[in-house]
Design a protein around this ligand. Structure first.
Ligand SMILES: [Fe+2]
Length: 221
């Protein structure tokens, strides 16, 4: 069942028993596997229970514009295959090359500039609380400091429900889990060259380059 919210965020239930059962299998894998230590996403905080890694494509460590296979693809091939199958069951036409896996991660209001186009988010696990919150009046990360623009926040429960949203243009955050472990899975397309900085920063960078190039031209002529 699909539910289009007032903010344009689309919430979807599992579309078949097969999909629902595969969610249970994946939940079991996430519960029983050894998660990698804190190799990625240093911004997730210091709590030892918070874990995060990426399957699919990742940016190369020393060349941030180069896309490479995540080192975790070979460590978790069964999980990777099961997640890809899950998306094939849910939305076979959805294009993605990256899956972010988070455990117990709580995010402050943010935009995801690495996500090109629409993303699918899904929460699995045995937990209470949690959910995603959308700020429909905020248009940029800077708006997070403006109490007026942060008013009217809308929470959505996403346990075993798909959230279809644009993470690069929709300011969003996660709600705290009150007990248990929540796994947040985000499926998205990471492309090169992709916007890895805010449009404001990018504009600044380009104007800076243009200025430098003009200066060089003037100095030569
Ligand atoms: Fe996000």
């Amino acid at each position: 069942m699909t539910h289009i919210t007032t903010t344009g965020i689309i919430m979807q239930e599992a579309s078949s028993t097969e999909e629902w059962e595969l969610m249970s299998d994946i939940e079991h894998m996430l519960d029983t596997m050894k998660w990698p230590n804190r190799l990625t996403r240093t911004k997730i905080g210091t709590h030892p229970d918070r874990k995060a890694f990426v399957l699919g494509k990742a940016f190369q460590y020393d060349r941030a514009t180069e896309l490479v296979e995540s080192r975790f693809n070979v460590m978790y091939p069964e999980l990777h295959a099961a997640l890809k199958r899950l998306m094939r069951l849910h939305d076979p036409g959805f294009r993605f090359n990256c899956i972010q896996l988070n455990a117990n991660v709580e995010c402050e209001p943010h935009l995801d500039f690495n996500n090109c186009g629409m993303s699918y988010g899904l929460a699995l696990g045995k937990f209470t609380g949690g959910g995603i919150v959308i700020y429909p009046n905020a248009k940029s990360k800077a708006d997070a400091n403006d109490p007026e623009k942060m008013k009217g926040a809308l929470p959505y429960r996403n346990k075993r429900r798909w959230v279809y949203y644009n993470g690069a243009t929709t300011l969003h955050a996660s709600l705290p889990v009150t007990s248990g472990t929540r796994y947040a899975l985000i499926f998205f397309e990471r492309r090169r060259p992709c916007v890895r900085s805010s449009p404001k920063k990018r504009k600044k960078t380009w104007s800076h380059r243009k200025k430098r190039s003009n200066q060089r031209w003037r100095s030569r002529h």
